[in-house]
Design a protein around this ligand. Structure first.
Ligand code: HEM
Length: 316
């Protein structure tokens, strides 16, 4: 894989963001993701609801189940991060939309949802991201950043209350950005996604949190899947008049939600090649478009650069 020199990359906004992630995360772990480095891939299917098919023409929302890959992760940059440390958890989902015919618009393709256990993000402009990422290098610099940036307060407060999950299967994951769904008549609405665990949101009791073990989340999900499928509901929150479509640091207040379908995971995929998958919050499909959120529009360039770098196993 051809990878531009890091010097050349780091003059672009995406390159600056990636460099800042390495600086804040304590270096580069060759071949790993620079954040969400430790993960477990699972496979299964998604069953869309009738309500979802009425709100978008997107093919994976039209009735038949579609195959999915889901990568659960810890947000840390360290591929050996401790599952029993306080951290944000990730759930990246890839829908494999089958082809329906020979025309280009009927071709098989993938579409992704990238979500975390926070209800909102720490920054809302790409320009703010490098300073935020660099501030992660110690508790002291992180606190300093938070004190000076009120935009980060909603996410910080949520992180403080997060606790440690009993299982990846008992976390609620949110995709944070707004997306525009278009139906067959051209009707449009802005939505935010959440994956709601059907096992219920469950945390480890405080006194057990340290005893969880450094790989308890990775082992637990494999064991759980051996016993029974793991299910999540895809919930759409439909934007209300006061919900910002361009500010991912805010929490939406709209009470209107729609059940868009059920995800059913049936097995873990521990093949090393499963780590090569690349998820992208802007890998969309006709019937679903990005909102005007500048952070959402910025992320794909960083993810692409990062995935090239890790597949080439290079460091700056
Ligand atoms: C400007 C803001 C952001 C930047 C620059 C950024 C950067 C990155 C990078 C470089 C990766 C590794 C990609 C790879 O090598 O495949 C990554 C992964 C990830 N990010 Fe972000 N991120 C941002 C915001 C967010 C937000 C808002 C969320 C939550 C919705 C999020 C959730 C994740 C998750 C879950 C992964 C792991 C995906 C996987 O399992 O492959 N990120 N991010």
């Amino acid at each position: 894989v051809a990878v531009d020199s890091f010097e050349a990359q780091s003059t672009t906004p995406a390159g600056k963001a990636l460099l800042a992630i390495y600086e804040g995360g304590g270096g580069c772990f060759r071949g790993s993701r620079p954040v969400h480095a430790k993960g477990t891939l699972c496979r299964g299917r998604f069953f869309p609801s009738l309500a979802a098919s009425r709100l978008t023409t997107a093919r994976h929302m039209q009735g038949g189940p579609v195959d999915v890959a889901v990568r659960f992760s810890n947000a840390s940059s360290n591929p050996h991060s401790l599952d029993n440390a306080l951290d944000v958890r990730g759930m990246a989902t890839k829908f494999y939309v089958p082809g329906t015919g020979a025309k280009p618009e009927q071709a098989a393709h993938e579409t992704d949802i990238v979500a975390v256990t926070l209800p909102c993000f720490f920054v809302n402009e790409p320009e703010q991201f490098p300073a935020f990422a660099r501030a992660q290098r110690s508790g002291f610099t992180r606190l300093g950043y938070i004190a000076l940036h009120p935009t980060s307060w909603n996410a910080t407060f949520a992180l403080g209350r997060a606790g440690k999950p009993k299982s990846y299967a008992t976390c609620r994951f949110n995709a944070i950005h707004a997306y525009r769904w278009t139906d067959a008549r051209g009707g449009e609405r802005y939505v935010r996604y959440s994956w709601i665990p059907l096992a219920g949101v469950q945390k480890l009791p405080r006194r057990r949190a340290r005893k969880g073990g450094e790989n308890y989340l990775a082992y637990e999900i494999q064991e759980r899947l051996r016993a029974a499928p793991v299910r999540f509901k895809l919930q759409l929150q439909i934007a209300g008049p006061n919900d910002s479509t361009r500010d991912p640091s805010t929490i939406w207040r709209s009470p209107t939600t729609v059940d868009a379908g059920t995800l059913e995971l049936t097995r873990a995929d521990l093949e090393p090649a499963s780590e090569d998958l690349v998820f992208d919050p802007n890998r969309l499909t006709p019937g679903i478009d990005p909102s005007d959120d500048p952070l959402l529009l910025f992320r794909p360039a960083v993810y692409e650069m990062s995935s090239k770098r890790r597949s080439a196993r290079t460091c700056p």
